[in-house]
Design a protein. Structure first.
Length: 304
């Protein structure tokens, strides 16, 4: 062990004193690129199966991720449109209550609905008996997000003149539950994408290694560095991931078109960066998992 470590140190010292020729670096880079292309060419028709499989996996991931972002936008829009109803006591000072509510954090606006207006509206909607108006004056409080409902309601109850508060609790809870399920599904699917992509690339690179086993052994005997042998195979996996992600862009764009139509139907503004973020994530995951799959295959089947 001591001799080996000394040998490595001497080798490193010798290498550090060898002048670097930039033309040699260019030639090495060129050879690595050629070896990468040859590796892909050797796979033949198998390339199509690999790329389409990776594209299918990344398409499902990208679609789920895009839907998750859309739901998050819907949740935020609901928060901005959500109104908490604050019911005033008969002796309450309306103006003072409004000013106190506007001072609260996360409150975007306050509107006043008189009990007379509420009574007239109720009579239009349903048949009510001819009795005295039992409805209270009401303040509709708009929030910036559904996440702030509970703290704002707690603050409203401390304001003088407010007897009670209410909001569409069931609707919000159902929407948040759906959003949580989608978010969890996205995280789980990222793990599945990782495993499947790495497994596919791993098996492919293993075939390439087996077909080039003798050639690789010759290069090792000639003293070719490990990184020179490894790099083309890692790049090959990264290219598979990149091409798979590139193909996945087409169906993900189709999903984006439907999401835009849904946003337009509900008149909710769409996040202009959402699609870019999804496509960027798909590209990064495709390349990263492709390279990782190749590297693991090399480490497992090639002792360099």
């Amino acid at each position: 062990m001591i001799r080996k470590s000394r040998g490595r140190n001497i080798k490193q010292k010798v290498k550090s004193h060898i002048p670097k020729d930039w033309m040699s670096e260019v030639r090495i880079t060129y050879r690595i690129a050629i070896e990468t292309i040859k590796g892909i060419a050797r796979a033949g028709i198998v390339n199509i199966a690999i790329i389409t499989t990776i594209a299918a996996i990344l398409t499902i991931f990208g679609s789920i991720f895009r839907v998750t972002l859309a739901l998050d936008t819907f949740a935020n829009s609901m928060g901005s449109a959500l109104e908490i109803s604050a019911y005033l006591s008969p002796e309450a000072d309306v103006d003072a209550a409004i000013q106190n509510i506007k001072k609260l954090e996360h409150v975007k606006g306050v509107s006043f609905i008189s009990k007379e207006a509420s009574w007239i509206q109720l009579k239009k909607e349903i048949d009510v008996p001819d009795i005295a108006n039992p409805l209270p004056n009401t303040l509709h409080v708009k929030l910036d997000s559904t996440k702030n409902i509970i703290p704002v309601m707690a603050s409203l109850k401390t304001i003088k003149g407010i007897d009670d508060t209410s909001y569409a609790k069931d609707l919000i809870q159902k929407f948040e539950m759906i959003n949580a399920i989608i978010n969890t599904a996205t995280v789980v699917f990222v793990g599945i994408v990782c495993i499947l992509t790495i497994a596919i690339i791993n098996n492919t690179i293993e075939l390439v290694i087996q077909s080039r086993k003798e050639e690789i052994e010759i290069m090792r005997l000639m003293g070719v560095s490990n990184w020179y042998i490894k790099t083309p195979l890692v790049l090959q996996g990264a290219i598979y991931g990149f091409l798979g992600a590139l193909v996945a862009v087409i169906p993900i764009d189709i999903v984006q078109g439907y999401i835009i139509k849904i946003h337009e139907f509900f008149m909710i503004s769409i996040n202009p960066l959402a699609q870019f973020f999804v496509l960027f994530s798909v590209m990064v995951l495709g390349v990263a998992f492709g390279a990782i799959g190749s590297f693991l295959s090399i480490k497992k089947h090639l002792q360099v």
